[in-house]
Write a protein that binds this ligand. Sequence first.
Ligand SMILES: [Zn+2]
Length: 436
Amino acid sequence: MDDFKKGTKIKLTNGDFVTVKSKIGEGGQGCVYKVDYNGKDYAMKWYLHRYLRSLKSVDKFYNNLASNIASGSPSQKFLWMKAVATTGKHSKGFGYVMDLRPDNYAEFTKFVKAKEFFANTSAVINAAINIVEAFMCLHRKGYSYQDLSPGNFFIDKNTGDVLICDNDNVAPNNKNLGVSGTPGYIAPEVLLGQARPSASTDLFSLSVILFELFFLSHPLNGAKCCKYPCLTPKVEKELYAQNPVFVCSKTDTSNAPVRGTCSNLINLWPTYPTYLHDAFQDAFSNTALKNGINRLTERDWTKVLYKLQDDVVVCKNCGEANFASMIKDGKTRCMSCKKTIASPVSIVGDRFEIVAGKGKILSEYHLSFGDKTKSVALFVESKKTAGVFGLKNESDYVWEVTYPDNTVRNYNKGEVVTLVPDTTIVFGNNKIVVKN
Ligand SMILES: [Zn+2]
């Protein structure tokens, strides 16, 4: 039974049941239905018999699914399975129930194909951070995803919020249920049959997804790819496994971007700071590509992406995010509307520099690698003068603030220090300097 009519009741192994409302999708693995579960709408994926027959072991696949449901979602960013659905014995067919994907999320492939567009670069950075943080949670829980591709990610174009789907191949690290991944996204050693998907090979896939997110093009598709009229499995093996070359490699230009076909990359690469370029150079270095060592971890990526977020200066004219570290001689042109952006003030500590911006925070992460969401100080913009910022004390410390004329004043929790260059703020073991 591969097709259910409206009104069909299907048992869940937790003792409840769902009622089919409509069919909402069909793919190579199964059909997706909208179902009623205790008066609320959910999605139910039901596996096709031919897909289950193609698996090495249906029992192992079923047990892994049940075990993933029992241990719960690694993070809210995963559209995790909630309950197993069966029509009796699982050998006769089964599926699982999950939350419905809200309408404001679009498949990442649509962004790559220019059918959806991010509202601004801040949303792109947020999406990258959300994806990396989600995989950090997944890997910390001892899982590997095994088959990352752009089809697994759904993104809100305005906020960069992310939902990760198709979590049924997720398995404990170094356990594999037969899935081998998608060429171009799976690590070279897996495509060559030398290794099985794991948390380490996920890191390669993660870097590919991040590159596509920022540059809307694939990191291994350059001049070498353009030589072939179509990507046969043999060509994919050559490009993505046997002799992969990073399109932006500084040492090997054999796969450099081609004008016309690689326009996204050629246009977008110069709009980001050097430290993001360097991260991708490391992620797709020869050793990372060919030997699978020194791959960037989620922690490496968060350092770079949080820095990028702190570096953002929003254009007053069009609202697009630019980067303060790219401003030369005190001013630059907005990468979107081309109007002049003046160098903004920033606060600088031992391990961070945060450019002033509405709603930005100094968090416990900046001070001591603590919680990124726990605010110690909040940037607030002057209501009288746009572009003039203050810093609101949200910590439990009294701040000792020394102004450039050496006057000193204390600021309690809730009070706001106007950010004048060369002012210093001292609290606990922290010393922060305001710079321009
Ligand atoms: Zn602008």
